[in-house]
Design a binder for this molecule. Structure first.
Ligand code: HEC
Ligand code: HEC
Length: 340
């Protein structure tokens, strides 16, 4: 009997350990889409919900996004979405933060530098389908009533961006559906949320126990931001004095290389051709306090005026995409390189 009990108990304990494995089809996997888990938990689906976009549409959408044109029927010539830009001119398709629950501009820059990602004015399209509102904050100041339809509608947000931001033509319905299908492949995945053991356990339990689903849904949603905040800010009142912050040239370097050069190197999307020559830095340095449209303060904070269809324009950097401190860091880097 004395021997029997421990053996019996160890079988019992082993058995307990096996229980979660028996229900493993209900366990979340690291690469499972958040949207799918929320769906299974019974969360309300957004109006842009596409559970199983077709591979054909995804491929068309990817081509539209990265190359700027695609034709639905082979052999037909495709018309470019924009003469000036492709979507990747201003948006990454990669994740831009390790911790998706915050929106710190310096963390975004550090992450971009670590992963050699462009540092751009637009929010990443990774996770766009997980957001519930678009053109947030001050964007209504730029696009007025156009924002109203796009605020809570991703299809309209894509259309608005194609026409206004990318200075292109109106998208056809199939093009919007294709772009949306592609965006559905870029949704957040479970591993992106860096969930701890207990959190994962709650989600796994909630997948079989409906009483826990509200709690699990709230937990998941607390781990990422459901919108990209946008705060417009003005250039400093004196361009000479700048924002009165000590600039750090080392931090300005990745801003220049991953931000400015993304569009200006070799005149990629702009007539202004910038590189890492002394000539480029001297030009920018001389213009900093000139109060002209070539000052980094002017273009950084106001961009250049978009005239639909005409010349390519430069979008402004909101405070969330470049802080005043980062602007001074950029200035310090330009000054340092111009003096070399
Ligand atoms: C010249 C720059 C530029 C180009 C080109 C561009 N966008 Fe944008 N887009 C922006 C900016 C700036 C915003 C403002 C909101 C943000 O992204 O934070 C924006 C917003 C968006 C939003 C809403 C994002 C949000 O969370 O508020 C979507 C969706 C979008 N763009 C899709 C596209 C698609 C699809 C294309 C290609 C057809 C495209 N964009 C091309 C600059 C651009
Ligand atoms: C998304 C693409 C993009 C990014 C990123 C970008 N620019 Fe621009 N920039 C443009 C476009 C387009 C113009 C319009 C000028 C033209 O081509 O005629 C422009 C214009 C400018 C001008 C004004 C030229 C003039 O005299 O009219 C300056 C200066 C400038 N950019 C500097 C910068 C700096 C500095 C950065 C980095 C902080 C930067 N740009 C980032 C696209 C970009």
């Amino acid at each position: 009997m004395k021997v029997f009990i421990p053996i019996f108990f160890s079988f019992f304990i082993l058995g307990l350990g096996l229980i979660p494995d028996i229900s493993s089809p209900k366990k979340v996997k690291p690469n499972e889409k958040i949207s799918e888990v929320l769906y299974k938990l019974g969360d309300e689906t957004p109006n842009h919900f596409l559970r199983y976009p077709s591979q054909k549409e995804i491929n068309l959408g990817r081509q539209l996004f990265h190359e700027g044109f695609a034709s639905k029927e082979s052999g037909r010539k495709a018309k470019r979405l924009s003469k000036h830009f492709v979507c990747t001119s201003c948006h990454n398709v990669e994740k831009e933060f390790l911790d998706l629950s915050q929106n710190d501009a310096q963390k975004r820059l550090d992450y971009a530098a670590q992963n050699q990602l462009p540092f751009l004015q637009g929010s990443p399209m990774y996770g766009a389908i997980n957001r519930t509102s678009f053109y947030n904050g001050d964007y209504y100041k730029k696009y007025g009533d156009l924002v109203n339809v796009a605020r809570n509608n991703l299809r309209e947000a894509i259309q608005l961006c194609a026409i206004e931001c990318a200075q292109g033509r109106e998208l056809k319905d199939w093009e919007i559906e294709a772009l949306l299908s592609y965006l559905w492949t870029l949704g957040y995945e479970i591993h992106d949320l860096n969930l701890q053991g207990e959190d994962l356990q709650l989600i796994n339990i909630a997948l079989v126990d409906k009483n826990k689903s509200a709690q699990a849904i709230a937990l998941i949603k607390s781990k990422y931001m459901d919108h990209s905040p946008a705060t417009f800010t003005a250039p400093p009142s004196s361009f000479k004095e700048g924002y009165n912050l000590q600039g750090n040239p080392e931090n300005g370097k990745p801003i220049y290389e991953l931000g400015c050069l993304h569009c200006h190197e070799g005149g990629r999307y702009s007539f202004l051709d910038l590189d890492k020559s002394k000539f480029s830095f001297k030009f920018l340095h001389n213009q900093v306090d000139s109060y002209s449209h070539s000052s980094i303060y002017q273009v950084g904070r106001y961009g250049t005026p978009p005239r639909p269809g005409k010349k390519a324009y430069m979008p402004q950097y909101t405070q969330e995409k470049m802080t005043d401190q980062q602007m001074e860091d950029l200035r310090a880097y330009i000054a340092q390189e111009a003096a070399r």
